[in-house]
Design a protein. Structure first.
Length: 75
């Protein structure tokens, strides 16, 4: 089940980040959410979250989130 597996990640790592477990789902759908961004033009994954030097952060949620929507054009 993975309970006996231990993963060590340096807390100062810029590439990897351990995530805290999410709260157990309450069985309810999330409703009435706000749309954060509406983009126009090309909307491939490379436009929304460009690769290049950011690829090394793929395992670090906070750092990869800093890259999100850099190439998107606000509609």
């Amino acid at each position: 089940t993975g309970d006996s597996v231990s993963v060590a990640v340096d807390t100062k790592s810029q590439r990897l980040q351990l995530l805290e477990p999410f709260d157990k789902w309450n069985g309810q759908d999330v409703t009435d959410l706000t749309v954060l961004i509406k983009v126009k033009g090309k909307c491939t994954s490379d436009h929304i979250s460009a690769a290049g030097p950011w690829v090394k952060y793929g395992g670090h949620l906070d750092n990869i989130s800093n890259n999100m929507f850099i190439g998107a054009t606000n509609a």
